[in-house]
Design a protein around this ligand. Structure first.
Ligand code: PLP
Length: 469
């Protein structure tokens, strides 16, 4: 049953060639994060080319990628510097196993990541997607405690409304309702800490007159009590620093992270920072942890690391953790984890290209400037009767729709308001992909002021369309 009537095609009628590609895709490809039946009436969008912030269909329709293709494509599509690094790498070394072997791209990349990430992170362990990077951190933490004679420390604490990926271990420390319910029988049972999420839409959350900082401090006191009660069995706390992205771009104050770091130190619990979405400048600092000036025991990176060209992920940790594994072979303390494509040279070259782009200019100043522009260009939304809140952190701007903002009454999920916004924006040449009732912008950092202005105009229209009765 569709609660949304089949709408006009998202883009002008597809040519026979596009229509054929769509039909072939529906015949053999099971698309992710999708009820495939929707595609009986919601057209798939074929993409033939991409350049900068623009995607182009086989029929020549152009669409601005305002969500950086699931937050990966930080410098736009086919950035010439990244393309050049990749092409050069392809001419010399495609792939080699990383056990017993090494290569220049993985070594250079590791050196650079150690230099760029918060002080004290000194060892890089590679995987090929964000969920796996999270699982590496979880396993390393538990294994560390076992190696140092604390085998009872096997549990994790995680935030309500958190998201850490979709493989079983990563899903097991996440708290995204439908996913957890569906796969409950397969999942870990973490200690849940109340999210410091400052959204006014959070039930029992921040009062309208309460500052983000005051609320985050108050919220931390509850978290601290829970951590104290479970400290003996907790290996680690895992958080998305500053922004719970998949959970609806819910944001909190950096003070909460600072207090968490202090508590983890005092209680002997590892801190895992999942910066898979926030890392590489998205929040206005290179890493979200930098806003709080903290160093986690583990940082998980992926998404933006290759500028959205190839899959790559890395988990960094400190010397103390590393040394707990470093011993004679017979002690059996070595870390047990590997993926076939670990440290793939092409992916590492793409990451080196991405870091070379970072070196070209002060991107964090650009990100903060564009963030400001997003804020001013969406001023109209802050007066909109069905907008509960507009919030922003760096180059993430989120607009939360509500049936009745004053009563904190959300729209029912079955209304699929976000989908209406998606469909409207596509007809206007902008890719938005809302999370439920939350519309957001997360464009590549290379977007121009004019393009961003257009994206903001379309966002405002999309809010109107999505909130019509
Ligand atoms: C996307 C994401 C992941 C999962 O990464 P995948 O590459 O999709 O497995 C984990 N944590 C956060 C915070 C993410 O945004």
């Amino acid at each position: 049953m569709n609660s949304v009537p089949p709408a006009a095609p998202a883009l002008p009628a597809a040519s026979p060639r596009s229509a054929d590609l769509i039909a072939r895709s529906r015949a053999v490809v099971w698309h992710p994060c999708t009820q495939m039946k929707d595609h009986e009436w919601l057209p798939l969008v074929p993409v033939a080319k991409a350049e900068g912030v623009w995607l182009e269909t086989p029929d020549g329709h152009r669409i601005i990628d305002a969500v950086s293709s699931w937050w990966t494509n930080i410098f736009g599509h086919r950035h010439p510097v990244i393309v050049e690094h990749l092409k050069r790498q392809l001419d010399t070394l495609d792939h080699v196993l990383l056990a017993g072997f090494t290569h220049e791209p993985v070594v250079s990349l590791s050196e650079k990541l150690v230099a760029l990430t918060p002080e004290g992170l000194s060892r890089c362990f590679y995987a090929d997607n964000g969920s796996s990077a999270v699982e590496v951190a979880l396993k390393m933490s538990v294994h560390y405690w076992r190696n140092v004679g604390r085998p009872e420390k096997t549990r994790f604490a995680a935030l309500s409304n958190g998201y850490h990926g979709e493989t079983l271990g990563a899903l097991g420390v996440g708290d995204t309702g439908l996913y957890r319910d569906t796969y409950k029988s397969l999942l870990l049972d973490p200690v849940v800490l109340p999210s410091p999420d400052c959204s006014l839409m959070q039930v029992g959350g921040r009062g309208a007159g309460e500052s983000w900082e005051d609320y985050s401090r108050r919220r931390f006191a509850d978290a601290r009590q829970i951590l104290e009660a479970h400290a003996d069995t907790l290996a680690a706390v895992i958080v998305e620093p500053l922004v719970q992205c998949a959970g609806g771009m819910r944001m909190y104050h950096a003070i909460w992270l600072k207090l968490l770091r202090e508590a983890c130190d005092a209680l002997g619990i590892h801190l895992i920072a999942d910066e898979i979405a926030t890392g590489f400048g998205r929040t206005g600092q290179l890493f979200a942890c930098d806003h709080a000036n903290i160093t986690p025991d583990f940082i998980c990176l992926s998404k933006g690391i290759t500028g959205g060209t190839l899959p790559l992920a890395v988990t960094l940790t400190n010397e103390r953790v590393y040394e707990a594994f470093y011993d004679d072979y017979a002690t059996g303390k070595a870390f047990l984890h590997s993926h076939s494509y670990t440290g793939n040279p092409l992916a590492c070259a793409a990451a080196l290209g991405t870091l070379a782009v970072f070196d070209q200019c002060n991107w964090m100043a650009i990100v903060r400037g564009l963030g400001q522009l997003m804020w001013t260009q969406t001023a109209a939304l802050r007066q909109h009767p069905q907008v509960a809140e507009v919030r922003q952190q760096g180059m993430i701007l989120a607009v939360e729709l509500a049936q009745s903002p004053h009563q904190r009454a959300p729209y029912p999920a079955a209304d699929r308001r976000g989908l209406r916004a998606y469909q409207h924006a596509l007809t206007r040449g902008v890719l938005l992909r809302p999370l439920g009732n939350t519309l957001y912008l997360m464009p590549p950092y290379v977007i121009t002021a004019a393009e961003l202005g257009r994206v903001c105009d379309v966002l405002i229209e999309a809010v109107d369309v999505a909130t019509r009765p």
